[in-house]
Design a protein around this ligand. Sequence first.
Ligand code: ADP
Ligand code: MG
Length: 319
Amino acid sequence: MSLGEFDLIAKYFTRPVARAALGVGDDCALLAPAPGMQLAVSSDMLVEGRHFLSTVAPDRLGHKALAVNLSDLAACGAAPLGFTLAFSLPRADEVFLEGLARGMFALADEHGIELVGGDTTQGPLNLCLTVFGEVPAGGALLRSGARPGDDLYVSGTVGDARLALEVFRGTLALPGEQFDRVRVAMERPQPRVALGLALRGIASSAIDVSDGLLGDLGHVLKRSEVGASVQVDDVPRSAVLAAQPPAWQRECTLAGGDDYELLFTAAPGDAERVRAAGRSAGVAVTRIGRIEAARGLRLVDAAGAPVAHTFGSFDHFRS
Ligand code: ADP
Ligand code: MG
């Protein structure tokens, strides 16, 4: 006999909570942010065929569904508290459910975030998570805070997830060992929560790179009412990507998407504090440009020559 809705929730998605005042099982969960903190809330939905391939291992899907949500908390400098999981799936496939829960809870435990509720229905495979975090009142990192003269930084490396996607699409081929490495970037992104916390009070603005570096930078520039210049050859990339043709490197680093690194700005006088934040979070931070008063985005190469760009950002209704 197949598992019913409530057995499924009890078996795979009910765990005791410690930080939340009440978890799964009642009509509402109860969260208890510390006094003086604001609740940071974000939702991300993952749709089969759109955000993930049907061939992805269930534990990696569970990991990624939570990772992309944690990445939004990271971008705001918020500390994770709890999350809800609403999903539909065609049938109560226990191999799938066991893997999904395992991948999701492994990442949840790494970040001290608790599953406190959700909704479960039958339907096409689709996962919608909402994360709740806390941040000191008035202290959230926002897209709107970049100021002319600020340095522009990105964490880690960008572009590998896109490279992996192109291999799946059949556009290019990679030796097996290199493909495994970029596939991990695509399927098991590491949300930069520790870096987001370390950048509180230092970064003037921040966003996580989910739709492509230049497109996401565009959101910051618009909200902050500023422009920027970016040294495209300084954008950090993996050794695997650095071995690809230059045009592919540019496409993947600047417009790749699914990177879940933090793109942020800070005043030049805070450069040493930015480096210290990166060291304390155990992640590289690289300066890739600067914020300018003149609106628009200017790209330059290592020789200082302008680079033409038509790199779009991902838009669900335009692609
Ligand atoms: P309601 O009818 O009040 O919406 P449900 O019967 O849908 O409640 O869910 C029962 C309980 O199980 C609730 O506490 C809900 O938050 C929780 N829940 C349902 N689906 C999930 C899930 N996928 N993960 C975690 N908790 C869930
Ligand atoms: Mg319900």
